[in-house]
Ligand binder design. Structure first.
Ligand SMILES: [Zn+2]
Length: 352
C-alpha cells in the first residue's frame, strides 16, 4: 500500500497555479532540445554488434567471477573508454572490485571462489554535477552447465547493450556541446543471477553517495517478446516501479514515450498484487529499498528464459532499439530538467 505524504500533496496543490509553467518547462526540454538527434544515434547495427559479442560462446555465459564475466567487463570498459567517458572519479579505472565475502547468497548455495567486478562509467553534469541519474543493467549470467553455454542474450546482454548505447548517445551529445546538466552514472552489475549481489554491494559501498542519486533506470531483458504478449501488439515494454516513490518519475517516462517511440507502456507487472513480484527481482530493488525512485524496463519471460537457447539470433533488434531510445529519452529529461524530481510517495509494499 502506498501512502501519499500529505504535506507534499498539499504543497503540490499550493503551487499548482505555477505548475503549468513547470510542465511547459519539462516539455520544452524534450521538444526543443537536440534529444531527437542523439536518440536516433541509437541503432540496430551497433546493438547487434554489442549483443553478439556479449552473448557469444567465447564469453562462456558470463558467470560471476569466471573468465567470461571478466571478458565482458573488459569489453564494457573498452566501450566507455572509446566513447570518451571516464571511469570512477575521473580516472580510467572502470571497475568496482566486489570481494569474495560479498559474493555469497542468502542460502549459501552460491559461494564465489574469486572476486568480481561492477563496471562504472561517469559523465559529469555541466550545471548540477552532484545530482546523478543512474542507468544500469546486470551483465552476468548463468555460465556453463553440463557442457552447455547459457548465452543470456536477452538476459541480460540486451539490457547491457541498451546501457552501452545510451552511454554513447550521451557522450556524443556532450561532444557536440549538449552535455547533460546533471551527471550520468552508467553501471553494469555482477552477481545478479546469484541474488542481486553486485548491486547490493554497491548500495552498501557506494562510490557516488546514494543521496545524490535522483533516479535509477534499470534494464533487465528488453530484446524479446514475452509469452504473455505474443498475441498482442508487440510494440510494448513492461514498466515496473515508476510510480512507487515519485509521481513525477512516472509522468516523465510517459511524456518521454509520447514524444519519441510511442511504445505501449504495460503496467501489468507493476500491480502490487502481481504474484511474480518482479519489482523485487532485479538490481533496481536495492536502490528502491534506499528510497531512490526507480524504473525497471522488462519484456517478460519467454520459452528461452534461463536456458542455453537464449541466443542473439532470437533478439528483435528493432524493438530493442525502440525500448533503448525510450530509456535514453527519459534519462535525458531527468538529467536536463530544471528541478530534481521529488520523492512524494511512501512505499511500504516491501514490508508485506
Ligand atoms: Zn536478468
Amino acid at each position: 500500500m502506498k501512502k501519499i505524504i500529505f504535506f507534499t500533496l498539499l504543497s503540490t496543490l499550493l503551487i499548482s497555479c505555477k505548475s503549468s509553467k513547470d510542465t511547459s518547462d519539462s516539455e520544452l526540454i524534450l521538444k526543443t532540445s537536440n534529444v531527437e538527434k542523439f536518440r536516433k544515434s541509437i541503432n540496430t547495427k551497433d546493438a547487434k554488434k554489442h549483443l553478439y559479442i556479449l552473448a557469444s560462446d567465447e564469453y562462456e555465459g558470463r558467470e560471476t567471477s569466471k573468465k567470461g564475466q571478466k571478458m565482458a567487463a573488459e569489453y564494457l570498459a573498452n566501450q566507455y573508454k572509446k566513447f570518451g567517458i571516464n571511469g570512477i572519479n575521473g580516472t580510467d579505472n572502470y571497475f568496482q572490485n566486489v570481494p569474495i565475502e560479498a559474493l555469497v547468497n542468502k542460502r549459501r548455495t552460491f559461494i564465489a571462489t574469486d572476486p568480481s567486478e561492477n563496471v562504472l562509467a561517469f559523465i559529469e553534469g555541466t550545471e548540477i554535477p552532484d545530482e546523478i541519474i543512474v542507468v544500469s543493467s546486470h551483465y552476468d549470467h548463468e555460465g556453463i552447465k553440463k557442457g552447455e553455454v547459457y548465452h543470456g542474450a536477452d538476459d541480460n546482454a540486451s539490457g547491457t547493450t541498451g546501457v552501452i548505447e545510451i552511454a554513447e548517445a550521451f557522450a556524443k551529445a556532450k561532444k557536440a556541446g549538449y552535455g547533460p546538466k546533471r551527471s550520468l552514472l552508467f553501471m553494469n552489475f555482477t552477481g545478479e543471477e546469484r541474488g542481486l549481489l553486485g548491486s547490493k554491494y554497491y548500495v552498501n559501498n557506494p562510490i557516488y553517495p546514494l543521496k545524490n542519486i535522483v533516479a535509477a533506470l534499470n534494464i533487465d531483458m528488453i530484446g524479446r517478446i514475452g509469452k504473455e504478449r505474443e498475441k498482442d501488439d508487440t510494440n510494448y515494454v513492461y514498466v515496473i516501479g515508476a510510480d512507487r516513490l515519485s509521481t513525477e518519475l512516472h509522468e516523465i517516462n510517459e511524456k518521454a514515450n509520447n514524444s519519441s517511440v510511442n511504445l505501449e507502456l504495460d503496467y501489468t507487472y507493476n500491480m502490487e498484487s502481481d504474484p511474480n513480484r518482479f519489482y523485487f527481482r532485479s538490481d533496481h530493488y536495492n536502490f528502491a529499498k534506499n528510497g531512490i525512485p526507480i524504473i525497471f524496463y522488462f519484456n517478460g519471460v519467454h520459452e528461452d528464459y534461463h536456458k542455453p537457447t537464449d541466443t542473439p539470433d532470437k533478439i528483435n533488434y528493432e524493438l530493442l532499439v525502440k525500448r533503448t531510445q525510450l530509456i535514453f529519452t527519459t534519462a535525458w529529461e531527468l538529467a536536463n530538467r530544471k528541478d530534481r524530481i521529488k520523492v512524494d510517495i511512501i512505499d511500504d509494499s516491501s514490508s508485506k
